[in-house]
Design a protein around this ligand. Structure first.
Ligand code: AMP
Ligand code: MG
Length: 335
């Protein structure tokens, strides 16, 4: 199939909405990463999403909405604190896993009794939801297992010819996927860290639980709360090693190994070999923004092996660390 390139003008966004209403699949920009959207009410459209991405059938999708009315149709027994989160963090990069009403197709939830819902803040994403009038299931618009796309060109690298259209929008502001929490009457659990940070969530849920799969590899056959966490994710072909250390120790280590380094801006001048900069040491937001593009560049340049200087596990740094530990297939070096 020919994948249409759509612009950001009114006519193009109407075209995207029409494709979605007709059961097609369209990659759209959001503030987190590009999403591959389909109607959450159309079984066949959803099966196209799983097929185009090569996504395992048991990995559920996030439904993107633009109103609390839509939320109330999709979820039931919504705890009061979930509404508080919506008030504080929506529209924005927070996904809530809630009890499903059965309104969206069961394929969205991959057989679970829950449904994941988010209201994005990106104006293009919102326009497409509004124009289609549909709740849109939209996983990241990459081939399953490769780094998530933060530009329309990343989408085309993975999915050109496999999807109906892509909106040629800007690079994503956040750069890593949304924070995912499950919310029940008993409290909340962080399933995936993102730009709505653990510190921010603690203001609403002082006792929020943190799923251990965030920073460690689930055992084989272990049941995980968020099915996506059991898959090797975000991984380039390059063999990556995540290094926890001071800046000085990291530079000495990669110089001794004569290795390629994925590092912070301040460090590059102290490293003898090839470097790929993914932000500044004290700016976790900038790391998140450039992380996936850097991982994709490593592959394009056929880098066989590289050492990545790990961020601090705080603020958005926790999300960056969570993606990196998977990109590194859990190979961690503590210096
Ligand atoms: P992606 O679409 O690539 O952003 O991935 C969506 C993430 O949300 C995956 O890690 C899923 O496992 C998780 N997710 C979606 N729906 C649910 C759900 N009902 N319960 C738990 N996790 C979910
Ligand atoms: Mg994904």
């Amino acid at each position: 199939m020919e994948t249409k390139r759509l612009n950001l003008d009114e006519e193009s966004l109407n075209c995207a909405a029409d494709i979605l209403k007709g059961g097609g699949i369209v990659a759209i920009p959001t503030e987190t990463v590009y999403g591959l959207a389909a109607s959450a009410l159309d079984k066949e459209a959803l099966s196209k999403v799983f097929a185009a991405k090569g996504r395992p059938q048991d990995n559920p999708l996030i439904v993107h909405i633009d109103s609390l009315e839509m939320l109330k149709k999709i979820a039931v027994n919504i705890p009061e604190k979930a509404f508080l989160c919506a008030e504080k963090f929506w529209p924005g990069p927070l996904t809530m896993v809630l009890e499903s009403s059965g309104f969206v197709c069961s394929e969205v939830s991959a057989g679970l009794s829950t449904v994941a819902v988010r209201m994005p803040s990106d104006s293009v994403a919102r326009a497409v939801i509004e124009k289609s009038g549909l709740p849109l299931a939209a996983p990241s618009a990459n081939a399953s297992g490769s780094p998530s796309p933060t530009s329309p060109f990343h989408v085309l690298d993975d999915l050109d010819g496999k999807i109906d259209a892509v909106i040629m929008g800007e690079n994503c502001r956040v750069g890593v996927e949304s924070t995912v929490i499950s919310v029940t009457k008993d409290g909340a659990r962080l399933l995936r860290p993102g730009a709505v940070t653990l510190e921010m969530l603690k203001e609403i849920f002082p006792d929020i639980a943190v799923d251990k799969a965030i920073l460690s590899q689930p055992e084989k056959d272990e049941k995980v709360a968020s099915p996506g966490m059991k898959y090797k994710h975000y991984a380039p072909k390059t063999a990556l090693y995540l290094v926890n250390s001071s800046s000085k120790a990291f530079c000495e280590f990669v110089n001794k190994e004569n290795a390629v380094a994925v590092c912070f801006k301040e460090e590059a001048k102290n490293i003898k070999g090839k470097t790929y900069v993914y932000g500044e040491e004290e700016n976790e937001e900038a790391m998140a923004q450039s992380l996936f593009a850097v991982l994709r560049t490593l592959d394009k340049e056929n880098i066989e092996k590289a050492y990545v200087h790990a961020p601090k596990k705080q603020g958005v740094g926790l999300a960056v660390y969570n993606r990196l530990i998977r990109a590194c297939a859990f190979r961690v070096i503590d210096l």
